[in-house]
Write a protein of this length. Structure first.
Length: 156
């Protein structure tokens, strides 16, 4: 009797968990999370830095981005801008820009920020477009750090 009860509980949990697992897999259907290193431009100081780009493709949140600088210029305000090469995953053509956040480093040159892209549509795009993005981090309008080109899939 006890074995039957455990089997029934396991079956019920599996029935609940399966749709959750399926929705998690669909969320990353077009683009898997990227972790792109920031590279100093013209000798700008930096111990390490990165951009994490997470595409949730959910009904409310389309993507989350996290930016991190370690050992950059101290007490400095930085602006993050995306160079988006729509339809060009090699980042070799014409791009448009999208500014996301401004943040300030501490006295050690460490700083972090995040940005949320809210979903324009509640479902994944019907006609995804292979594109490329380069994240550029600037201070006073002068680029200090950037990522390599990251291929992404964007909605039509």
């Amino acid at each position: 009797m006890r074995l039957v009860r455990h089997a029934a509980v396991a079956a019920a949990l599996a029935t609940i968990a399966l749709p959750l697992l399926a929705s998690t897999a669909a969320a990353d259907q077009y683009f898997h999370t990227s972790h792109a290193a920031l590279i100093p431009i013209n000798g700008a100081p930096l111990q390490s830095g990165f951009v994490n780009d997470i595409h949730a493709q959910g009904p409310e949140i389309g993507a989350e981005e996290r930016y991190q600088l370690n050992g950059a210029l101290p007490n400095t305000t930085y602006t993050v801008e995306l160079h988006i090469y729509r339809g060009d995953p090699t980042c070799s053509g014409t791009f448009f820009t999208r500014q996301t956040v401004t943040f300030t480093t501490n006295s050690a040159g460490n700083g972090q920020a995040g940005f949320t892209f809210f979903a324009a549509n509640p479902v994944p795009p019907p006609n995804p477009v292979e594109s490329g993005i380069i994240w550029v981090v600037s201070t006073g309008g002068v680029p200090q750090y950037q990522t390599a080109c990251v291929p992404v899939t964007l909605g039509a």
